[in-house]
Design a protein around this ligand. Structure first.
Ligand code: SF4
Length: 516
């Protein structure tokens, strides 16, 4: 392919780039059936990293041969068969664990190479795929989990998201991007998509064209978290719904052909955007497609992807219900039960949210009370307390090779401890991550907890955390700021309790960490 020749002539390519030129990430899909027959030992070590393109990572420790799989869930919408299929994969192969990610995807653990062809077959049968969920490629597309049922939604986005998603699925023109590439398309007026932290986001907007108000999108480019976080910047363009795919393709080409490939840590789109700025980026985009300047933003208050409680749908006579999934982790039996309840009371759908929670739609007004009495809602409840309901966690050392500390179970226990010991009038969004990467999006949390290793007073290397405070995407988006010092993991409960108690004493009614 011609676009690859440009990089091949570049002497400064990283080892990852060199590997990608030798073998496209998607080619691993052709090898998996053979590896599945011949076993984990038959996989050359230098090809381990290419499994990411199939949505697979080797768990910690890699040599044990267990995989984590991420499954794309565009817009977070799962129908009954899909939810059941995911639950059964976890039951049959994944030791019963189902994780909801901060990008609405589903993750399994403990998979073995021998299981992968059957898992692919089961996913394909219900229209799901793990391909592109990881790797230097377009990842799952974040959307509005309320699309089609949201009384305030400007445009229904499911078909737009699906159209873009299937265009990029297994598309070899776009399977060798400089790094991962995160997209969100949503017309939720509460920015449930966390637009500013995506590489590319389409956000709800209107524009007067020939005296008529047209609904469409504004475009934000170059957001991203990790060690050097950036907020996406708005381009001065207005995009009609039917242009979203073309604009996405154009921006993907710009990234593919101009993104930095000589240093891995500079390869995200955010660095290109930071260097170019929105005006130059717009100019490059207009080489591909003619777009008018922007109209009016239709963002309201940021809700961080939380939809707890019972809410009327735009369809008269129906309600959607938002449930808490503590730190996004379910057992397969719980997912089966939720799917069955959704079928009994709703239309069988389960919708995942960025907040690692779920929404069950289409419950008839008259059935809501019976639904709320179902046993499972005692654990996965609709009015969670201020800490467990707003705690987010990445995978952590249990499975992740990059993790420095344990996160998920620790976050759950800390949240429960805080709920037992303090009541507060505002939710406190605590996000825990096990390393400087940002799978748990700690930069936008009220309190971000980032795992590190440190020597304690006895000179022993222990798990510890840095604390960051005041992140928000509301009004004037801002990442949280680091407090001085580090806290040993064992002291985290007490330190957080004292810290939040002090905040509670000094704050005004309704004031949250960022306001304070
Ligand atoms: Fe692993 Fe770090 Fe991501 Fe957590 S944030 S899952 S520790 S890479």
């Amino acid at each position: 392919m011609t676009y690859k020749k440009v990089w091949a002539n570049n002497e400064k390519l990283t080892k990852e780039e060199t590997l990608k030129l030798e073998k496209d990430g998607l080619d691993i899909l052709n090898d998996i059936p053979t590896y599945a027959k011949e076993g984990f030992e038959s996989i050359p070590k230098e090809h381990w990293s290419l499994f990411k393109w199939a949505g697979l990572y080797l768990q910690k420790p890699k040599e044990d041969g267990y995989f984590m799989m991420r499954v794309n869930v565009p817009s977070g919408i799962l129908n009954y068969d899909q939810a059941l299929t995911l639950a059964n994969i976890s039951k049959d192969y994944g030791r019963d664990v189902v994780d909801i990610t901060t990008r609405q995807a589903i993750q399994f653990h403990w998979l073995e190479i021998e299981n992968i062809p059957d898992i692919f077959k089961r996913l394909e049968k219900v229209g799901l795929s793990s391909v592109g969920a990881c790797g230097d490629i377009l990842r799952t597309i974040v959307g509005n989990p309320l699309t089609g049922i949201d009384p305030n939604e400007l445009i229904e986005t499911k078909s737009i998201v699906d159209d873009v998603y299937w265009f990029f699925q297994r598309n070899e023109n776009y399977s060798n991007l400089p790094r991962k590439y995160k997209l969100s398309i949503s017309a939720n007026v509460n920015n449930a998509q966390n637009a500013e932290i995506n590489c590319l986001s389409f956000t709800p907007a209107t524009k007067e064209v020939n005296g008529e108000v047209v609904n469409g999108f504004h475009v934000y480019v170059g957001g991203g978290l990790a060690a050097k976080p950036y907020l996406a910047q708005e381009l001065d363009v207005f995009v009609k719904p039917e242009q979203v795919k073309e604009v996405t393709e154009a921006i993907t080409i710009i990234f593919r052909d101009n993104g930095y490939r000589d240093k891995r840590h500079r390869a995200r789109l955010k660095f290109l955007m930071a260097d170019w700025g929105p005006d130059k980026f717009k100019e490059k985009l207009l080489d591909f497609i003619d777009l008018p300047s922007k109209g009016e933003n239709k963002f309201g208050t940021w809700n961080a992807g939380y939809f707890y409680g019972v809410h009327p749908q735009k369809q008269k006579g129906y309600q959607y219900v938002g449930l808490n999934i503590p730190v996004g982790r379910l057992h397969s039996s719980e997912l089966i039960e939720l799917a069955n309840l959704s079928k009994k009371y709703g239309n069988g759908e389960i919708r995942t949210c960025n907040s690692q929670n779920i929404v069950i739609p289409y419950i008839k007004d008259e059935d809501v009370d019976s639904f709320l009495k179902e046993n499972i809602l005692q654990r996965l409840n609709i009015e969670p307390k201020a800490f467990i309901g707003y705690s987010v966690s990445c995978t952590g050392i249990e499975y992740c090779n990059l993790a420095l500390v344990e996160t998920k179970e620790r976050m759950r226990q800390i949240a429960e401890y805080l709920d037992e010991n303090i009541t507060i009038d505002v939710p406190v969004r605590i996000h825990m991550v096990g390393c400087p990467n940002a799978c748990g999006q700690r930069q936008i949390a009220d309190i971000g907890l980032q795992g590190i290793k440190m020597k304690n007073k006895d000179k022993k290397l222990v798990e510890a955390f840095e604390i960051y405070v005041g992140g928000t995407l509301n009004d004037v988006p801002e990442f949280n700021k680091k407090l001085k010092g580090k806290i040993e993991a064992n002291d985290l409960n007490e330190v957080l309790l004292k810290f939040i108690e002090a905040f509670k004493v000094e704050k005004n009614q309704g004031e949250n960490f960022h306001d304070y």
